[in-house]
Design a protein around this ligand. Structure first.
Ligand code: OXD
Ligand code: MN
Length: 590
């Protein structure tokens, strides 16, 4: 087996299992060369250079954007493909109505047919990675085999990739096996298959992030959610943020919002000038692995080491830290270019696009200059507000869990669940307008329980049961809240400014956690009165604030009946505690 010439020091002793698997994949896919990734800076520099030479990567203006590159994906390969993503369990019911399902034997045969000989003329990269701090008992390892050097570079930014991960795998003996090929990038020959019972992923025909960077959605959410249910923890689509109040209290909060609803912005929130003394730092922006601790609280780690964020809309007003963070050592995918080779995207008030995301001269008649789902990949260490606690092997203790969606109406700015089981109903009821992060129509409301609809690796009914069981193990559970930053008035204008001002809502939540803030009871939970929020320096009218905090019982009766219809598809697998919570809410609304 060929190894990369720059690999001078021997790799750690491989477990038989790793060696046998890589060899069997080599025989199936027939690559010209095999490259074991060690994860050094030099290795990534060489791979980047190689892609620049071959024209797959473009160096951006190095004076303004040192170390930054542009990658253009195939125009048919710009988002996650949920309709081509499968969970392949022995029993169809274990995957549930929330997943596409295929029999595992059939799925393996189909995928192996696609993989047969697919790496001829290419290099097979073996990418060992660790999700979570290398010394954390909560971290889990995997190996991705891929024929895309672009994927390798992304994985180096997004995970703890290389030699140390392989050493941990050799010590532990278990790992998630991910096999990926870009294939022909043909949408007709594209599938993302998960085999949670075998801790295996097979992904063919796409080079796009969520389909191809197997450590992220495929491993850290779909496979990990299955492992978490078996082992008694939670793998969630949540950001993790650290907040220090002017009183000097530190709190950690997890928040689940559907894709492209502002998780990265909330994780990197900049306090408004009128709220002096607050300090906000980032633990993670997309995924949280959450364990019950010996103290009866929930403790969370961020399994990732970088951000794969949506670019459009990022500017000094919306997210100054992110804007600064992506000016160096960042890999851009599908953004536009200015005359002098700087990246450009919608939402920037400076610069002008001349080349669009497909490499054509920019013409507004062709649509936006940058793809609405264009992305930055960057190491978390580039974040000026990266919290050192993100590297803590024990994780951070959670004071609150926030669920949220993008809703024009119905959901108020914020409300608090009555207790844990009611909070599980609040999470299970998340609904949101769809975004460009997945292929399909944008802007239609769909149910997205816990923001996990595209990512839960098993039957949602069993998942909610697991959430309820987790609560019964906690003597000090986090409080659960729901937010909606996207409510609009009758003319369609946003009622709430969002971004940094969201801290006012979170400040109220933290005061609820410490028993200091007031609230009123409503049929859906506890809401702040306008006077319970810190509105000093906030530029929102009293009328808008009152509208943001109203609950319309008629709309909510309709919401409850939609939820009942939604739950019906899961039959009697739905935990009785969840149905009881829905019934109690219906009674309060009657
Ligand atoms: C993401 C997503 O890329 O949720 O994080 O789609
Ligand atoms: Mn996400």
């Amino acid at each position: 087996m060929a190894t990369a010439p720059h690999l001078l020091t021997p790799l750690p002793k491989l477990s038989r299992e790793v060696a046998d698997w890589v060899e069997s994949v080599r025989q199936l896919t027939q690559p010209d060369a095999v490259h074991w990734c060690e994860g050094s800076e030099e290795e990534i520099r060489q791979l980047t250079e190689q892609l620049v030479q071959s024209g797959e990567l473009m160096k951006l203006n190095q004076e303004q954007f040192p170390g930054c590159h542009l990658y253009r994906s195939h125009p048919s390969d710009v988002a996650r493909v949920e309709h081509l993503t499968y969970v392949c369990t022995r029993s169809k019911d274990d995957a549930g109505p929330n997943n596409n399902w295929m029999d595992p034997a059939e799925a393996h045969a189909k995928m192996d047919g696609l993989f047969r000989g697919c790496m001829r003329g290419r290099t097979l990269y073996v990418v060992p990675y660790c999700m979570g701090p290398l010394d954390s008992p909560y971290a889990r390892c995997g190996i991705e085999i891929t024929d895309s050097a672009y994927v390798v570079i992304n994985m180096a930014l997004m995970t703890r990739m290389g030699r140390a991960a392989l050493e941990r795998i050799a010590r532990e003996g278990t790992f998630v096996r991910g096999l990926h090929s870009i294939g022909e990038l043909d949408p007709e020959r594209r599938f993302i298959m998960h085999f949670p019972e075998e801790l295996t992923i097979k992904s063919y025909g796409s080079g796009y992030g969520g389909n191809a960077l197997l450590g992220k959605k495929c491993h850290a959410l779909r496979i990990a959610s299955w492992q978490a249910r078996d082992e008694g923890w939670l793998a969630e689509h949540m950001l993790l943020v650290e907040l220090k109040s002017p009183r000097g209290e530190t709190h950690y909060v997890a928040a689940a919002f559907p894709s492209a609803c502002g998780k990265t912005n909330l994780a990197m929130l900049i306090p408004p000038a009128s709220m002096p003394g607050w300090e906000v730092s980032t633990i993670g922006d997309d995924i949280a692995w959450i364990h019950p601790g010996p103290d009866g609280r929930l403790w969370a780690i961020n399994p990732e080491a970088g951000y794969f964020g949506v670019v459009p809309g990022t500017n000094p007003e919306t997210n100054r830290n992110a804007y600064e963070m992506i000016r160096r050592d960042t890999l851009f995918t599908n953004v536009a270019l200015t005359e002098d080779g700087q990246p450009w995207w919608e939402g920037l008030s400076t610069g002008k696009p001349v080349i669009d995301w497909q490499g054509r001269p920019y013409d507004p008649a062709n649509g936006p200059a940058a793809h609405p789902n264009s992305r930055f990949t960057v190491s978390a260490r580039r974040n000026p507000r990266y919290s050192p606690r993100a590297e803590d092997p024990r994780g951070v203790p959670l004071s609150a869990i926030i669920f949220g969606g993008r809703r024009r109406s119905v959901a108020p700015l914020v409300y608090e669940a009555r207790d844990w089981n009611h909070g599980v109903l609040v999470g299970a009821s998340v609904a949101s307008e769809t975004t460009a992060a997945a292929v399909g129509q944008v802007g239609v409301v769909r149910r997205d329980p816990m923001a996990m609809q595209p990512f839960c690796g098993y039957n949602f009914a069993d998942y909610w049961r697991h959430w309820i069981a987790m609560g019964s193990r906690l003597t000090n559970p986090p409080r659960i809240f729901h937010v909606n930053w996207f409510r609009r008035d009758a003319q369609g204008n946003f009622l709430w400014p969002g971004f940094g001002e969201n801290l006012r809502v979170i400040a109220w939540m933290l005061e609820r956690c410490t028993g200091k803030a007031g609230a009123v009871e409503s049929p859906i939970g506890y809401l702040p009165r306008v006077e319970d929020l810190d509105t000093q320096g906030l530029n929102v009218s009293g009328d808008a604030l009152r509208e943001l905090l109203t609950v319309d019982p008629a709309l909510w009766r309709k919401e409850a009946s939609d939820m009942r219809a939604y739950l019906a598809q899961f039959g009697n697998r739905v935990p009785k505690e969840l149905v009881a919570e829905l019934e109690k809410m219906e009674q309060r609304l009657a």
